[in-house]
Design a protein around this ligand. Structure first.
Ligand code: TXA
Ligand code: MG
Length: 324
C-alpha cells in the first residue's frame, strides 16, 4: 500500500518542523523524528514513556548516506548492507558526526537501517535526512503492525500517522553489532541468523543483550496486558483448561500440531504453520487476546529456525517478570 504524495509531503514537513510522524516499515510501525534535532528526539522518549538510556535506530533512505552517519564502515557491515538493504536489518556502527547524542543514549555507537517499505522509502526520500525511530508503542508494550494500533496506543502524542497497511514481516529488524571483527546478533528479527551466516560465511554469536537484567529495570517487554505463560507444545491445551477451571479468562496460542484439538478457553488463536505468517500475525494475536479481555495467555515456543528465533525471543521477553 502506498501513501498519497500530499501525505508524504505533509509528513516530511512535520519532521522538518520538529514534530513526530508514525510511519510503516516492513517490520513494524516506527515513531519518527528528525535525527539531528535533539528537541524532536526528546519528544519521542516522552511519547513512548521510554527511559533516555535506550538508544534509537536512525533510518536512512539509502546505504550511500551511511558515511554521513557513522565513523567508518568495516567490510562486514558493507557486505551486510549490500545484501540486506533495504530490509529488516539494523547495523550498529561507530557514531558519526550527524547523529544527535540524544538519539544514541550517549553511546559512541549508532544503530542504522534502510527500511524496505514504499511509504517509508518515499518519506525518507522526501525528507532527505535521517529519521530516528523506535517502534511506535508505549515502552514495554507490543509493537504496532497497523496504523490503528498506533492511533489506539499513542493517540495525540503523534503529530501525523502515515497509513501503509499491515506490516509484512511483523517482528522488528535483526540488530547486528558490526563495530568489530566479530559481528554478533544483538536482537534476532526479520533477517534470519542463517541468512546472515550464509552471506558472511561464518557462524554468528547471538547476544540478546536486551534480555540482560539492568538494575532497576524489568525484563518484561513486547508484553500484552494479560500475563503470558509458556509451556511445552503438548501441554498447551491441558494447561489452558486447568487455568480456566481456576477462574482465569484464558487465551490460547494453539500450536499447529494441535490445530484440530478442541480447547475449552475464552479465546483461541490457531498459530499458522508457516513461520513467516506467524511472525506477521504475532503482535496482532497478542493485542486481540488483550482486546477480548483475557487475563492469561498460554503459548509455547516455536523451533528457533529462521524467523522462529525472533518469535521465541519476543514470546520469552513478553513472558518475563513484570514490575511489581
Ligand atoms: O524493525 C525495527 O527495528 C523497528 C522499526 C521501526 O525500524 N524499530 C525498532 O526500534 O524496533 P526500537 O527502538 O523499538 O528498538 C531498537 C533497539 C533497542 O533495543 C535499542 O536498545 C537497540 O535497538 N539499539 C539502538 N541503538 C543501539 C546501539 N548503539 N547499540 C546497541 N543497541 C542499540
Ligand atoms: Mg520497540
Amino acid at each position: 500500500m502506498t501513501a498519497r504524495t500530499s501525505d508524504i509531503e505533509k509528513a516530511a514537513g512535520v519532521l522538518r518542523a520538529g514534530g513526530l510522524v508514525a510511519f510503516p516499515t516492513e517490520t513494524v510501525y516506527g515513531l519518527g523524528a528528525n535525527a539531528e534535532d535533539p528537541a524532536a528526539v526528546a519528544r519521542i522518549y516522552q511519547a513512548k514513556g521510554r527511559p533516555p538510556s535506550h538508544p534509537l535506530i536512525v533510518h536512512l533512505g539509502g546505504a550511500e548516506q551511511l558515511g554521513d552517519w557513522v565513523d567508518g564502515v568495516p567490510e562486514t557491515a558493507r557486505l551486510l548492507a549490500e545484501h540486506f538493504w533495504p530490509g529488516p536489518l539494523t547495523l550498529v556502527l561507530r557514531r558519526g558526526g550527524r547523529v544527535s547524542p540524544a538519539a544514541t543514549g550517549g553511546l559512541d555507537t549508532v544503530a542504522v537501517r534502510v527500511p524496505d517499505h514504499p511509504v517509508a522509502r518515499a518519506l525518507l526520500a522526501e525528507f532527505g535526512g535521517g529519521v530516528a525511530a523506535p517502534s511506535a508503542n508505549r515502552f514495554g508494550s507490543i509493537s504496532p503492525t497497523t496504523a490503528d494500533h498506533v492511533r489506539t496506543e499513542l493517540g495525540d502524542a503523534v503529530d501525523f500517522v502515515l497509513d501503509g497497511g499491515p506490516c509484512e514481516v511483523g517482528v522488528e529488524s535483526t540488530i547486528v553489532d558490526a563495530t568489530g571483527d566479530a559481528p554478533a546478533v544483538l536482537r534476532p528479527g526479520g533477517v534470519a541468523r542463517e541468512e546472515l551466516e550464509a552471506v558472511l560465511d561464518r557462524p554468528l554469536a547471538v547476544h540478546a543483550t536486551s534480555s540482560v537484567r539492568v538494575p532497576g529495570q524489568h525484563p518484561s517487554h513486547y508484553a500484552p496486558r494479560a500475563r503470558l505463560v509458556l509451556v511445552d507444545p503438548e501441554k498447551v491445551v491441558v494447561e489452558a483448561e486447568l487455568a480456566r477451571e481456576l477462574g482465569h479468562r484464558v487465551g490460547v496460542l494453539l500450536p499447529p500440531a494441535f490445530a484440530d484439538t478442541p480447547v475449552n478457553a475464552h479465546a483461541v488463536v490457531p498459530v499458522p504453520d508457516s513461520v513467516q505468517s506467524y511472525a506477521q500475525g504475532l503482535y496482532g494475536y497478542l493485542r486481540e487476546l488483550d482486546r477480548q479481555g483475557c487475563d492469561l495467555i498460554i503459548a509455547s515456543l516455536p523451533d528457533e529456525d529462521g524467523l522462529g528465533l525472533a518469535i521465541a525471543n519476543r514470546l520469552g521477553r513478553a513472558a518475563g517478570p513484570r514490575p511489581a
